[in-house]
Design a protein around this ligand. Structure first.
Ligand code: PMP
Length: 439
């Protein structure tokens, strides 16, 4: 019996008592393969000795110093490392405690940028349906999942949503990838013109849509068009890589594969690998300069920004990923996972789609494979799959509302970067049983 208000009201949650490598253990010593890394968090798995050693060393040296008095060696080292590897032009970084805070900070940077540069009327945000950007009020307003937003309306920010670049839809409409990508990007230009470009602040999108859609990448060329449209109208491009970033898709930043760099980029989850809560917002030199030459400060801040323990964890996680060439493993194991999912579910009567990049894969579960009709949401199929998977020693991240926020079920796989081929095979085998039994 728990006294904690958990996100899911469930008085009888299992207790996680330990973790080692890709496995978590409950209070009875039962093991679960952590096949979604929590929610694309635990990129190095659990109990990594190098990260633990770095945390011990940092705790011995300095656990906390408030940023209005000090910076710290470890925060500076992390910033240098991240900026060196960031997409072109993102020369500065701001450290926070998680993904929602990173998005919140990015939105405020965009707003302040336009205030500082004499365009305060630019306050509107355009984002996409079927997106998730966090649960704080600004991030919630930005996300396009109506089910999450509805009960909190009116939300604080003025946000308009366009259709995502969503593979499921273009297949239904019978369009080619290129046609679909062009049409999906055109929706942004149409929306900017409808709202009046001088009132639009930012376009916000996940390069690979995670929690709400199950690892859906944009079609090739979509983000290049989006970048052009943002530039044409002076709208800032904010890419949210909280879930799909930091190596998850096989490159450090997912947008590298789309061939573009945004003006603002958010990361979290895999940054600290779950060893500490940490997120970050990258900003372009243009935005930094507007603050530096304007008011001289970013009018934002939390008590725990740049937390030395969080920075130490993130620095160690990122050093291990580089030292052990784990992005090569993400690519190799991602290809293996994709192949195995294809073998097991490619002709499955209730799997409508298998998609993703690297170790970020989604399965869409449908009533009818041919028409891709979703199951009745009342069945809560995603919850049943999760339960059956847990019963088989597999922790996966299934969600409902894949299609339009209300209908549709998917399973998201995002295992640790250290996973090996035999464990991938076990994941697919257990997931196959769970899906079959749940339906
Ligand atoms: N943005 C994206 C794309 C996410 O997937 C998430 C978390 N699922 C967030 C923001 C919010 O991150 P956090 O839960 O750390 O606040």
């Amino acid at each position: 019996m728990t006294r904690i208000l958990h996100r899911q009201i469930n008085a009888n949650l299992r207790v996680a008592s330990g973790g080692k490598g890709v496995e978590l253990f409950d209070q009875d010593g039962r093991g679960y393969i952590d096949a979604s890394g929590g929610a694309a968090v635990s990129c190095l798995g659990h109990g990594h000795p190098d990260v633990i050693a770095a945390l011990h060393a940092q705790a011995d040296k300095l656990a906390y110093a408030h940023t209005s008095f000090f910076t710290s060696e470890v925060a500076e080292a992390l910033a240098d490392r991240l900026v060196a590897d960031a997409p072109a032009g993102l020369d500065y970084v701001y450290f926070v405690s998680g993904g929602s805070e990173a998005v919140e900070a990015a939105l405020k940077m965009a707003r302040q940028y336009f205030v500082e540069t004499g365009q305060p009327q630019r306050a509107k945000i355009i984002a996409r349906r079927q997106s998730y950007h966090g649960n704080t009020l600004g991030a919630l307003a930005t996300g396009g999942n109506e089910w999450r937003r509805a009960q909190f309306k009116p939300l604080l920010a003025e946000t308009h949503h366009i259709d995502p670049c969503y593979a499921y839809r273009y297949r239904e409409a019978g369009e080619s990838e290129a046609e679909y990508g062009a049409r999906a990007a055109q929706a942004l230009e149409d929306k900017i013109l409808e709202l009046g470009s001088e009132t639009v602040m930012a376009f916000v999108a996940e390069p690979v849509v995670g929690a709400t859609a199950g690892a859906v990448p944009a079609v090739p060329g979509y983000f290049r068009r989006i970048r052009e449209i943002c530039d044409r109208y002076g709208v800032l491009l904010l890419l949210d890589e909280v879930m799909c970033g930091m190596g998850r898709t096989g490159t450090l930043h997912a947008c590298e594969q789309d061939g573009i760099a945004p003006d603002l980029l958010t990361i979290a989850k895999g940054l600290g690998g779950g060893y500490q809560p940490i997120g970050a917002t990258f900003l372009s030199a243009k935005i930094y300069e507007a603050f530096a030459q304007g008011s001289g400060l970013f009018q934002h801040g939390h008590t725990y920004i740049c937390h030395p323990m969080a920075c130490a964890a993130a620095l160690a996680v990122q050093e291990v990923i580089a030292r052990d060439r784990l992005l090569d493993n993400v690519k190799a194991m991602g290809a293996h996972l994709s192949r195995r999912l294809g073998e097991r579910f490619g002709n499955h009567p209730h799997v409508g789609d298998i998609r993703g990049r690297g170790l970020f894969m989604g399965l869409e579960v449908v009533e009818d494979r041919g028409t891709k009709t979703p199951f009745d949401p009342a069945l809560k199929l995603h919850a049943r799959i999760k339960r059956e998977a847990m019963n088989r020693g597999l922790a996966v991240y299934p969600a409902g509302g894949t299609l339009d926020g209300a209908r549709g079920d998917h399973v998201l796989l995002a295992p640790p970067f250290i996973i090996d081929a035999a464990t991938v095979d076990t994941v697919v085998e257990r997931l196959g049983e769970a899906v079959d039994v749940a339906i």
